[in-house]
Design a protein around this ligand. Structure first.
Ligand code: B12
Length: 316
C-alpha cells in the first residue's frame, strides 16, 4: 500500500517553522513559458543574461529536480523578516540621508526561506526516506510567480507581483520540489489538483485599480502584468553592474539608491509598510558592511551603493 501523509500536517509544520503560507501542486509543464520567452526576445531583461541562458530549463521543473512529481510554494512576508532582526542605524542627523527599500536592513529572505523549507523537507522525508527533495529560492530556473499562483498562493497583480489574499504583494516566494507523488498527500486544497486551472485564482483583485501603474515613475509596468526591467529603477539600482545608467534614471537613483518600492507601497491590498529606513548616503565601507551584513543589500555591494548615491550627496 502507498505511504501517505496529510497536506495539512505539512502546512502546519511550515507555519510552525515560521512561514506564512504553503501551497501544493502536481508538477507539469509551465503554462506561461511563452510569456517569459517573448519577454526575453523583446529585450526587456536588459543585461540579465542569466535569465536567457536557462530559458529552456524554465519549461518544466524537471530541470530543477529530475523526476519531480510535486511542488510546494511557500510565502514569507516582509513584515515577518523585519521582526526577526533589527539592526542599529547610524543616527548622526547632520549627514545627508536617504530612504532605502524596507527589506534592505533585514536578514536575507533567501537564507530564511531555504532553512525553513529544509525543515519542511525533513518532516516529509521521515515518511518518505527514499525520495528526493530540493529547495529553490530565486535562483533556480523556475517561473516562480506562475508556480506560486498554481500552488494556490495568489494571483498576478498589476504591479507584476503575486498577490496573496492576506499578505498582499509584500512577500517572498520559496519552493520545495520533491519526487514524492502528489497522490501521497491526502488532503490537498481543492484548487491545487486542477492542473488546467489558470494562474488567476478567483476574481481579479486589481479590477479597475491603476494605482501602481500611475505611481511608477518610469512607466515600467506593462499592460499584460509583466514588467519592463529596462525601465525599472530596481533593475538599474540593484541588478545592473555597469556605469551607463540612462539619463532619465539617474535622478531617480538619488531618491532610490537601494530600490524603488512605490508600486508596492501604493497597493491598497498591501498591509501598511513600515517607513523606509533612513541611512546616511555617505556611509563608509565599514558602516555599509556592518549595517547590511547578511541582508539583500549585500548583493548590491558598497561600490554600487556609492555609484547610486553619488548624485544624491551632491544635492545635500
Ligand atoms: C528578474 C527578477 C526581477 C527583475 C525583473 C522583475 C520582473 N517583474 O520581471 C527586477 C530586478 C526588476 C526585480 C525586481 C523586484 N523583484 Co524580482 N525577481 C526576478 C526573478 C529572478 C525572475 C522574474 C522573471 O522571470 N521575469 C520575467 C517575466 C516575464 O516573468 P514574470 O514577471 O515572473 O511574469 C510571469 C507571470 O507574471 C506570468 N503571467 C503574467 N501574466 C499572466 C497572465 C496569466 C493569465 C497567467 C496564467 C500568467 C501570467 O507569466 C510570466 C512568466 O511566468 C524572480 C524569481 C524567479 N525565479 O521567478 C524574482 C521575483 C519575481 N522578485 C521578487 C521581488 C520581491 C522583487 C522586488 C519587490 C524586490 C525589490 N528590489 O524591491 C522587486 C519588485 C519589482 C516588480 N514590481 O516586479 C519576488 C516576487 C514575490 C511576489 N510576491 O511576487 C520573486 C518571485 C523572488 C522571490 N523568490 O520572492 N526582480
Amino acid at each position: 500500500m502507498m505511504t501517505t501523509i496529510s497536506f495539512s500536517s505539512v502546512r502546519d509544520e511550515a507555519l510552525r517553522l515560521g512561514l506564512d503560507d504553503l501551497g501544493i501542486v502536481p508538477a507539469s509543464e509551465s503554462i506561461t513559458w511563452k510569456i517569459f520567452s517573448n519577454w526575453i526576445d523583446s529585450g526587456q531583461a536588459g543585461e540579465m543574461e542569466w535569465l536567457s541562458k536557462l530559458r529552456d530549463a524554465r519549461r518544466h521543473p524537471d530541470s530543477v529536480l529530475p523526476g519531480v512529481k510535486t511542488l510546494f510554494a511557500a510565502a514569507l512576508s516582509l513584515r515577518r523578516i523585519q521582526k526577526t532582526e533589527e539592526r542599529p542605524l547610524p543616527t548622526d542627523e547632520s549627514r545627508p540621508h536617504t530612504g532605502v527599500n524596507s527589506y534592505a536592513v533585514c536578514t536575507d529572505y533567501h537564507t530564511i526561506l531555504r532553512d525553513r523549507l529544509r525543515g519542511v523537507a525533513q518532516m516529509i522525508a521521515r515518511s518518505f526516506p527514499d525520495e528526493k527533495f530540493r529547495v529553490a529560492v530565486d535562483t533556480a530556473p523556475l517561473l516562480e510567480k506562475e508556480w506560486g499562483a498554481r500552488c494556490g498562493l495568489g494571483t498576478i497583480a498589476k504591479n507584476s507581483l503575486l498577490l496573496h489574499p492576506r499578505l498582499g504583494t509584500d512577500f517572498f516566494l520559496g519552493f520545495l520540489l520533491t519526487t514524492v507523488p502528489y497522490e501521497a498527500f491526502t488532503d490537498p486544497p481543492a484548487a491545487a489538483d486542477d492542473s488546467s486551472r489558470p494562474c488567476f485564482a478567483g476574481a481579479d483583485p486589481c479590477a479597475e485599480c491603476e494605482r501602481c501603474r500611475k505611481a511608477c515613475p518610469t512607466g515600467a509596468l506593462n499592460p499584460d502584468r509583466t514588467l519592463n526591467a529596462t525601465q525599472c529603477i530596481n533593475y538599474w539600482g540593484i541588478e545592473y553592474r555597469g556605469d551607463e545608467i540612462p539619463e532619465k534614471i539617474v535622478p531617480l537613483l538619488r531618491r532610490f539608491p537601494f530600490g524603488c518600492d512605490l508600486c508596492r507601497r501604493v497597493c491598497p491590498r498591501n498591509p501598511e509598510l513600515p517607513p523606509r529606513p533612513e541611512v546616511p548616503l555617505d556611509l563608509t565601507e565599514e558602516e555599509f558592511n556592518t549595517l547590511f551584513k547578511g541582508t539583500p543589500a549585500q548583493r548590491l555591494g558598497y561600490e554600487r551603493f556609492r555609484r547610486n548615491s553619488r548624485e544624491a550627496e551632491k544635492e545635500g
